[in-house]
Design a protein around this ligand. Sequence first.
Ligand code: AMP
Length: 575
Amino acid sequence: MSLCSDRSDIIEEEKVLEDLTSNVKQIQDNVLEEILTLNANTEYLRRFLHGSSDKELFKKNVPMSTYEDVRPFIQRVANGEPFDVISGKPITRFLLSSGTSGGKRKMFPCNNKYLENLNSSTIIARSHIDGLEHGKGMEFNFCTPENTISSGLPASAATTSFFKSDYFKNRPSYWHWSYTSPDEVILCSDNKQSLYCHLLCGIVQRDEVVKVGAAFVSILVRAIIFLEKFWKEICTNIRSGSLSMWIADISCRDSVSKILGAANPELADLIENECNQKSWEGIIPRLWPKTKFIESIATGQMAQHIPTLEFYSNKLPLISSSYVSSETMFGINMNPLCKLEDISYTFMPNLSYFEFLLVDGGKKIEIVDLVDVKLGCYYEPLVTNHSGLHRYKMSDILKVTGFYNSAPQFRFVRRDNLALSVHLEITTDEELLNAVGRAKMILESSNLMLMDFTSYADISIVRGHYVLYWEPKAKYNNDVAEIDNKVLVDCCYVVEESLNNFYREFRGKDGSIGALEIRVVQQGTFDALMEFFITQGASSTQYKTPICIKSSEALAMLEKKVRARFFTDKSLLLE
Ligand code: AMP
């Protein structure tokens, strides 16, 4: 993203967006034609199209696919067979998504078209916020180490692939001065060193920072929590003008030392003074007083972190700018300063060929084109991309909220997967997030914040029950949170009361589900959980705390950190 571009860049980008959103049908048609011409002779498509690239035949013959359908083809290319098993265009790398299948991370083929699409994700905040021209963005971007798979191709998270690509390296010249961190910090594969350096560089250039960003809101919250642990050391570095020895990555060390510059005791005093305040409420604008907005994905699973971020940011405008996955980039938020509950993404027709499965009362009944979706209806997107996925079911559920020219806009509703079930009921991610969101208000009223949570369905006993692991934190001081028994017991009740009718029926009259339990864990537990998943191959940039945990090792780790357990005492009131 450019914060330094002039007005003519903005006008040019706006024109491109107008064209794209005004010619959706034609562009989608062209994209499908291009993909089919390219892929008609892949082994995957030949089974259905016998070499034809006819669009009507595609719609008639090619079935919807899930990861399990394409996995054998992807695996063969990963093992070194020619790319045309699945794609007409050379596969240059593989992307590891945050989704899993059968306990393993999903892996998608990728080529330059994907990276080009990410690069073209025009950022429109600039045209909505004045005064960004001379400022910088403090952005928490990271790379994780790449794996080389048997074919010799690299495999990594999508964000890592982008930052390591020429698209990032050769970005337009006006980008170079837009980040407070040098590229070496983003490219450093040790995320702890990288995060420390991002913060240090951001603090040293605090007067220039107009934007704070990260791919996901949860990453920003973690960055602030990290700062709570490391601000004293950062101040020591600034006071002496020398960087901590544990920043050992040579290129990171060299480039950050230059930014750190000479000893600056005044700045160290100033930062110390802010960080020493008992409460960290509004710490972002206190440390970076010229910040005009925060840019980070805040919808779906990320919504649960918004209250914590708003506490630290004093409710600075939060822009959730894009909807993107390892399978494809989908769209952007054309109204970046809208209310958080109104965030919608306008699909860009040039990115992939998009179809939609109408979801009605849980049933999926009809496939329509991007131009044919109806306002107010719910859909699951099917993706046909340039690297070998055809009518691929995304498992995301979206709602049509409007149109920008002829391009539909979608609100992200939920991932189409169940989070918890101990009997016949199905509790989705969204239901659990809403229920916890309501209970969080009770916590808030006793001056506690919920830093993070996860859950699991305990079915080890006959009457299974839901277990929530909660990490509360005191709002106004940094001491260990004091837990009030009554507050947590009330929270258990509010969560249960907010779950769906099926749950309450089984929990109440039927008695097939046991009382929901909240297990309060020690501070720092969710950082440790993230570290655990990163050691298992998760990407720190794309990491999202799982709403529901299935890994027995992760559960064992959480169990060791449990401080207290709570159950509702009001089960009889449930219907
Ligand atoms: P990954 O492939 O690891 O990047 O994960 C992609 C998934 O992240 C998508 O399928 C969505 O479920 C979720 N996701 C990505 N962007 C957004 C967004 N803007 N709002 C909500 N969820 C998102």
